[in-house]
Design a protein. Sequence first.
Length: 507
Amino acid sequence: MPHTTTSPAFQDGDLIAAIDLGSNSFHMVIARYTLGQLRVVDRLRETVRMADGLDGKGGLSAEARQRALECLARFGQRIRDVPPHRVRALATNTVRQLRSPQAFLMPAETALGHAIEVVSGREEARLIYLGVAHAQPPKVGQRRLVIDIGGGSTEFIIGSGMQTLERESLQAGCIASTRRFFPGGKLSRRRWKEALAEIGREFQPFANKYRALGWDEALGSSGTHKAISEICATMKLSKGAITAEALPQLREELLKAKKIDDIVLPGLSSDRRPIIAGGVLVLEAAFQALGLQKLLVSKAAMREGILHDILGRASENDPRDESVAAMSLRYGIDPAQAERVEATAMQLFEQSAGSWGLEADDARMLGWAARLHELGLMIAHSGYHVHGSYVLEHSDIAGFSRQEQQMLAALVRTHRRNVPKSAFDALPERLMQPARRLTALLRLAVLLNRAHESTPLPPLELTAEGNQLALIVPQSFIDARPLLRADLIGETESITGLGIQFRPFVA
């Protein structure tokens, strides 16, 4: 069976924290783990408006950056004593658009005191659905459409039970759309009509597929939906839901103002005024493209999904395991060989983890890399490690953050042949050393199983100290395998690109 090292188990009373670095607001939810359930004990929200600081070329203004770092420092004070494995901080669309994400993430992690991961739009969508589904459990067999209008992007998900069926992320959010379609804060019916048509065209790649699949109810998640719902209720256009009849009336009331600063809508907070036009615009486009009649408002969002995902990662229900298994099947990976390599890699990991400071999460990453190291063979045998790495870095893999995919891709890219100098450049500094050390273990595991023999390997003795790695292999085993002997000797030179000195011995 594949190795499944898990994160430390949760105990009653443990605090778990989820941080959502949205394009409009930063949210933090802290929950207490009690009898297998999560009970929210604190919520923090600050309007940061990071998306306002984007310059269109991947740069971020000093003001937006400062607002973000000050907010994260305050969040960090609240969770100073919560261990890292019980905190997960995720950045979304605005950080995805940065030309150099690490230039922001390094000081951001320092301010928060915890690692920050970047997630793709589709992974964001999965977590949003997970939060909504846990907060409002769907009926058996029922399909749901969930829409989340963020500051920079909007996610659309169809799901059943706790699982997503379709996930899409549209590059249109309340801040981004307000800036894009109403420059200078000027409003007009002509601009609105043109913007509605333009956003409508962006629905074309998936609208028909969504309508054909269908859903039994539609839910809106995020502050934008709550704000629009409140306005509809205050204007007595609906009783809390957002309807196809209410939206045009709300829009007409909104467009009575010629400038965004002059918008006056019953129930609209001053905090939402600068971005409400973009939010209503995106929602009206969604109603038209998807044929919506009514949208209920959910009390949950991505941050609640992150909390439940933390629990899933620490259990046997880690969504990443399912994704790796699906990729193995899709790319026709030899399961017996993958299991042999993984078993060897885990044996080497257990002998080196203590001296190399490797942890349970590192073991999982090594296991997934072992299972997927031959993925590129489906594309071409020549340079298959390069092909596999590209697929892993650029696919939407449910459960994985961008940094996790980049690390997985780096391990697969460097598991054979010479190690390029730029192999680990995409990784944050904190992952550089673990990545190089895991690569060394994976390379040895692959070499030792190169012959695809079903006979189990003999006992191996690995010692790791600093950047020194020594492997002792039984004399009788190596004498019967001259090719393996040559490979191990050659590895002393090939592995130097990792900054590791390797010495093979026989005994």
